[in-house]
Ligand binder design. Sequence first.
Ligand code: BMA
Length: 321
Amino acid sequence: MKNIPWQEKPQNSNDVLWRYSENPIIDRYAIPTSNSIFNSAVVPFEDGFAGVFRCDNKAVQMNIFAGFSKDGINWDIAHEPIKMQAGNTKMIDSDYKYDPRVTFIEDRYWITWCNGYHGPTIGIAYTFDFKEFFQCENAFLPFNRNGVLFPQKINGKYAMLSRPSDNGHTPFGDIYISYSPDMKYWGEHRCVMKVAPFEQSAWQCTKIGAGPVPILTDEGWLLFYHGVIATCNGFRYSVGAAILDENEPDKVKYRSQPYLLAPAEIYELTGDVPNVLFPCAALHSHEEDKLALYYGAADTVTGLAFGKISEIVNFVKENSL
Ligand code: BMA
């Protein structure tokens, strides 16, 4: 694994995730048309990194844009949205696209996102080069969000986490898993984890949704997710982590009772939607025991946080619900 972005933990920090000192890494106006650039996904690519970015324009139309970076911090984001070609279907209708995730499986990069098709559902596309993109069948019926693929087949099938929802600012939501032999037909839907009881872990008591592509560790799949509490001033989104069984990922082995990161910095507390941390990607190096987490802040800008994989896994085990 190449050099991922990294900064050592500040001496005064006791946390297992700490923020990059130069956050936010992507400004809301980073491309000429953008109102906000957030909830975006990056992967290692060639001698650097590539990404798919959620850019809402100044008409507040939501779309996804390709980008490239040498260092994972300074990004060159296309000024035009991704133009999809037909993949495994001709039906590639899309009223809007947002909250992408990206993972490499076998021979290509797969992108999932929240696709507008009579309401939100899960769109799927693939690319080999981040220049040409091929859109496939939507994975599910509306309404659904937060579709996140595992980076390898599990028991011979593609596996995807998702969060069935409604057409609005969903006031509920649990994480499910579904399987597919071919990235077209999805089934064997199982519940993975539900919201936590208010009195045990209120930051995740209203809804939860998978974040970055899960990372395989010695303990199982490390899954970062967002947890939401409905406050008297609206939703507050924080970051938690769980460890899922390697071969039966609908089985949750551990799940953090405390959050790992919650809105606290000014660019997380203020913006188009205050108090939102929304992680969509994590670069990692097992050899170096490093992880770089990319998250949308306040639905406006993109932030970066760091952690040691071993410390995060131990924290989740020792502070499990
Ligand atoms: C969710 C999605 C996310 C957004 C979050 C907070 O429903 O729309 O894109 O970050 O709300 O507004």
